[in-house]
Design a protein around this ligand. Structure first.
Ligand SMILES: [Zn+2]
Length: 62
């Protein structure tokens, strides 16, 4: 468990959905002492899929 990270990043007591997703995204990268809840995992997976779009093919000049 990354105690320094947790000390610096407390979960807000009335966190919004976006704040929770952002918190778990950073937590997974910095610590990962526990898995996020399934709904957050699904949201992070969706974001990862949208970021992983294949690059556009090079322009073709005929
Ligand atoms: Zn942790």
């Amino acid at each position: 468990m990354n105690r320094d990270w947790h000390a610096a990043h407390p979960m807000p007591p009335r966190a919004t959905w976006e704040q929770r997703v952002a918190w778990h995204r950073e937590h997974a990268a910095a610590c990962g002492c526990r898995r996020p809840p399934p709904d957050v995992v699904a949201e992070l997976d969706r974001e990862a899929a949208s970021v992983a779009d294949p690059p556009a093919p090079a322009g073709q000049h005929g």
